[in-house]
Design a protein around this ligand. Structure first.
Ligand code: PMP
Length: 394
């Protein structure tokens, strides 16, 4: 039998090319740091989620090497069979301490943590109310659940309350889901108001803090800590792939949450657990974060400086309150052109367009990290100015 030509996919790919949003995967030669070698060229990297520079931190690399020597390279099974090492237990203990919660359950990624957790906690007869700008992994997690779903307008408390008022009594459990920090705009969810509404209407709360952990709160404890809401959010998600610099995702909350997920969290039951070389540096990273504010302070100093300089030039930086710095361009093709020209001039910032963000709100998204030097940030600002003027963006 001949292999199919997949012409129906080729047509869709042509559409991407026609609208200027087709792209090849960039190839990184070497570690993901503030300066990288990309497709053979040295460039300043403003696209990484490696907020604290931990992805190639010497202490984390040492921890990984030692773990390989002692435990080997793979966990060998799912956690519920024989893939749960003492290292995994220690990682969850340290993370629970960091998040100031009773317990933490770790998954293999932030994505499958959302996919596995949401479907395990709400079912038919329940309702999910989700912010319209929540991350794709939340959307997929909701799709996998048999609960009814509805969205509220982004960060709009009137919209959330009107759904609660109308629908609360028709369901057994109601779960309100929000990102802590919104990954495309860098704004922070109005968590105190969300928690107050959840308490008023007896709803559960679920906060995906992938971009708040390691960034906001005391020593990077996250958005819940930033607002002083410990004990009032039922499920807090974090990722171990961004500020922590490795790979993995977790949910922090109660002992009951953990007990239930260890029986019904499908990625835990059906997918092999994290390898030792990931787990050991995660433990090292969390202990490091708890011991010093050096990294989070540097992250915020860099972010404030970079935003201030781009703002002075007249770029539209949206409504970011965090180190995520979107530079809004609007038109999809122009956004991708801007990103390409920045790269030609030695600065890598990925263009983000529909369907990741709404149509007409294309942006390049700058991720400032603790690892950037002032010279690198100044050079990036200079290139933004030059290309921005050439393209009449500023
Ligand atoms: N949630 C949010 C809000 C995210 O931004 C991301 C990463 N893009 C994830 C979850 C998924 O995390 P991971 O990369 O660890 O799978």
């Amino acid at each position: 039998m001949n292999i199919h030509e997949l012409t129906f996919l080729q047509e869709k790919i042509q559409e991407l090319k026609d609208t200027g949003v087709y792209r090849k995967l960039p190839i990184l030669e070497g570690p993901n740091e503030a300066e990288i070698t990309l497709n053979g060229k040295k460039v300043i990297n403003l696209s990484s989620n490696n907020y604290l520079g931990f992805a190639s931190h010497p202490k984390l690399k040492d921890a990984a090497t030692r773990a390989i020597e002692k435990y080997g390279v793979g966990a060998g099974a799912v956690r519920t069979i024989v893939g749960n090492m003492d290292l995994h237990e220690e990682m969850e203990k340290v993370l629970a301490q960091f998040k100031r919660e009773e317990a933490v359950m770790v998954f293999q990624s932030g994505f499958n943590c959302n996919a596995g957790t949401i479907q395990a906690i709400v079912e038919k007869g329940d309702l999910i109310i989700s912010d319209e700008l929540n991350h794709a992994s939340i959307i997929d997690g909701c799709r996998l659940s048999k609960a009814d779903k509805t969205v509220y307008k982004h960060a709009d408390m009137e919209s959330l309350e009107s759904v609660l008022k109308e629908k609360r009594d028709q369901y057994r459990n109601v779960l309100i889901i929000t990102d802590g920090v919104f990954s495309m705009d860098g704004d922070i969810a109005p968590l105190p108001e969300i928690v107050a509404l959840a308490e008023k209407y007896n709803a559960l709360t679920y906060v995906d803090d992938a971009h708040g952990s390691g960034v906001l709160g005391e020593n990077g404890r996250g958005t819940v800590d930033h607002f002083g809401l410990h004990g009032r959010v039922d499920f807090t998600i974090g990722t171990l792939s961004k500020a922590i610099g490795v790979i993995g995702g977790y949910v922090a909350g109660s002992h009951t949450m953990k007990e239930w997920l260890s029986h019904r969290g499908r990625p835990l039951l059906f997918s092999t657990s994290l390898p030792p070389a990931a787990v050991a540096p995660i433990i090292e990273a969390v202990n490091l974060l708890m011991s010093t504010r050096e990294y989070t302070d540097r992250l915020w100093d860099n972010a404030r400086y970079f935003k201030q300089e781009l703002g002075k030039l007249g770029f539209d930086l949206g409504k970011s309150e965090t180190p995520i710095t979107p530079v809004i361009i609007g038109n999809e093709g122009k956004t991708m052109d801007f990103s390409r020209k920045l790269l030609e001039n030695g600065v890598f910032v990925s263009g983000i367009v529909f369907p990741t963000v709404p149509k007409g709100t294309g942006r390049v998204r700058c991720m400032v990290t603790a690892a950037h030097t002032k010279e690198q940030l100044d050079q990036a600002v200079k290139v933004f100015k030059q290309v921005g003027q050439e393209m009449e963006i500023i």
